[in-house]
Design a protein around this ligand. Structure first.
Ligand code: MG
Length: 190
């Protein structure tokens, strides 16, 4: 199977929506301005969009997988109404120390581990070298690097940037819209 598809891997909280911590209700899900336009630009440039998100709120018992899936369905519909097809959404419901019952797992999927990205690579025949990861935390960037994603960018989302991130990230932007308007990302397809 040839792996010609390039993807933009997006973290969710702090990249797509304002990070109000453990968001699981539609009323609390606030899209960051410019996200739809940025995603339309990525798609026009030939990328698929795949969301990869740590959801330890499930492990901690703050909300259920059904709550998460309900919100995800709604979110994907909002994208669709704005002309953006989300290829897939991967989430990690685990936490190695704070998890309850079956969710207390030292898994391979929770970022900074690369499990979700590797799963997407297999399931959607993604060429990771040509792909881009965009996150707002060190763990996102580390996951991208560990998986072999070619370009790993940070969006600040109003937070200060720690030194370790500036050393690891290939670029730092104010938000997704700013990144989509920059000249860097189409280079990934070459
Ligand atoms: Mg985040």
């Amino acid at each position: 199977m040839k792996k010609s598809q390039a993807a933009v891997f997006l973290d969710r909280d702090g990249v797509i929506n304002e990070d109000h911590a453990y968001v699981y209700k539609i009323q609390k899900f606030q899209f960051i301005p410019g996200v739809f336009e940025a995603c339309r630009q990525f798609i026009r440039s030939g990328y698929q969009i795949i969301i990869i998100t740590n959801q330890s709120g499930i492990a901690r018992g703050f909300y259920s997988e059904d709550d998460f899936k309900r919100l995800t369905d709604w979110m994907c519909n909002q994208f669709k109404e704005q002309g953006v097809i989300i290829t897939d959404v991967y989430y990690c419901p685990h936490h190695s120390s704070q998890g309850q019952d079956q969710y207390k797992v030292d898994c391979d999927c929770r970022k900074p581990k690369p499990g979700m990205i590797k799963q997407a690579e297999t399931e959607h025949h993604i060429n990771l070298k040509k792909s881009i990861l965009i996150g707002d935390k060190l763990g996102d960037i580390k996951a991208g690097i560990a998986a072999g994603v070619g370009h790993n960018y940070l969006v600040k989302s109003g937070k200060p940037v720690i030194n370790e991130i500036s050393e690891l990230a290939d670029g730092i932007y104010d938000n997704l819209f700013g990144l989509s308007k920059s000249a860097v990302y189409p280079e990934a397809l070459k």
